[in-house]
Ligand binder design. Structure first.
Ligand code: ADP
Ligand code: MG
Length: 138
């Protein structure tokens, strides 16, 4: 069993489609083992995406991620990290596979509805970034 950190982004919470995204997650066999709605602070968003700080889209990304609430969640399952990346689809929804979350719901390459950890190292780091031990029940 593996865990990954998921974020349902502001474009999705503001369009009232978090349940539809959770259904796709659950239908893929991933279990939501922790979940909370938060409003990210500017500092939190900057730190969460620190690896992208030199990219031209960084400031817009921080602004977007703080523009409305997000749902942060821990997903568990076999091969959860790769499995979630697969059902999320490519960063750019124009080239994402049919049936993926981003192909179905994303508005653009930046407003692309979901985040998922991209490696075991990132997953541990990102889970610890958002969740304390007492918030994880199983
Ligand atoms: P992913 O979320 O698929 O792992 P990245 O880690 O490369 O993608 O980028 C993080 C986030 O930054 C993306 O999900 C998207 O919201 C935004 N982003 C990435 N590339 C671009 C871009 N070229 N223009 C605008 N926003 C981008
Ligand atoms: Mg990434």
């Amino acid at each position: 069993m593996e865990r990954t950190l998921s974020i349902i982004k502001p474009d999705a919470t503001s369009r009232n489609i978090t349940g539809k995204i959770n259904s796709m997650i659950e239908n893929a066999g991933l279990k939501i083992v922790a979940q909370k709605m938060i409003r990210m602070s500017k500092e939190q968003a900057q730190n969460f995406y620190i690896q992208h700080q030199d990219r031209p889209f960084y400031d817009n990304l921080v602004e977007f991620m703080t523009s409305a609430p997000v749902i942060v969640q821990i997903l568990e399952g076999e091969d959860a990290i790769a499995k979630y990346r697969k059902i999320m689809g490519a960063t750019n929804p124009d080239i994402a596979e049919e049936g993926t979350i981003r192909k179905t719901f994303a508005i653009s390459i930046d407003k692309n509805s979901v985040h998922g950890s991209d490696s075991p190292e990132a997953s541990s780091k990102e889970i610890n970034f958002f969740f304390s031990q007492v918030e994880i029940f199983n």
